[in-house]
Design a protein around this ligand. Sequence first.
Ligand code: MEV
Length: 418
Amino acid sequence: MNNEKSSIVSGFYKLPVEKRVEFVKNFSNLTNDEAKLFSSSIDIEITDRMIENVLGQFELPLGIAVNFLINGKDYLVPMAIEETSVVAAASNAAKIARIQGGFKTESSKPLMIGQIQLLHLEDVADSAQKIMNHKKELLKIANAQDKILTELGGGAEDLEVRIIDSPLGKMIVIHIIVNVLDAMGANAVNTMCEALAPMIEELTGGKVRLKIISNLADKRIVKAKAVFDKEKMGGEKNVDAFIESYTLASVDPYRAATHNKGIMNGIDALIIATGNDFRAIEAGAHSYAAKDGRYTSLSKYYKDKNGNLVGELEIPMAVGIIGGAANIHPKAKLCRKILGIKTAKELAEVVASLGLAQNFAAVFALSTVGIQKGHMSLHAKNIAVMAGAQADQIDKVADQMVKEGKIKLDRAKEILAK
Ligand code: MEV
């Protein structure tokens, strides 16, 4: 659909909102009605069905990151986020990544894990054996819960038994491994876990307690990689400075948390824009970052033989394009159309590329000019608006405050009064 169109736009941020909408409309073949959706609120009836006790809607800005080239295809990436500079930083990183071919990704099958906790066992090892001996029947019961999923080629594929020591003594945790295809998978997996409980209790004489998906989706992994051009980074000294900064995240959890937060700035913004569950993605990301026993960076960076910076991100990505809010929320559907994605796998790969772009942009800024410079000009605009500036007064007041290095409400009011 948008394979032939380029997502490179320079000065996109300088265009008025209508022109940006026009560009996205043309790029993604949106209808007039779809283009109008950007500036309208979603129907209260829709939100009232989504959660309980609804009063209205809570809006976030929806922006577009430009310049993304992923596996040879151009993407405009919608981002719903309240933080200044994030969208601009992602677009800029994507522009640098393009020089050496853009982002390359790979991903595993969409396998989610369901957990069934089993306690009060007389003989834990014997119970584990009994469960394994009945694996086939158990998988059959699991797959009987979701005929559509199995007809489409998904369903429960495997079952693993773990014996875990706990303060309550040994317990068993059964993992069912489910190919959830294009769904996030929580509903399908939870239903299967609940359906298996009676047979597991019958087989072992134990008591099943928890029956729920695991958000540590470590069998549903996506990897994104990009080469960031050393010349565009201002020379090899900046590549070295970058690697020095990154190294702290690789060894220190205090820095790794902030480093990974930078990754999630991009990831969450796209996850929200596509109506996916950002809490599940956050939980998966941070637990995966601690998978080797110490919390560390989700990305890694090194220099290639030409002195360019290579970045890699590896992260669990439980995203869906069917089910849940992804299919109900009109703007989530619109954002999927803007992306032009056809599968959850493709969405996961765009998400990971955006996470890597965001991470690169943050660490690059931190290891060179610092991030406050970029933040400050947008912050200054917000302060100018708060002081009452309108239309072209906003940029004038903001520019003056940035020049003076004094971004304060009282100063904005003074400049405005003049
Ligand atoms: C701010 O939202 C994100 C950063 O702190 C990320 C980082 O430090 O790498 C800039």
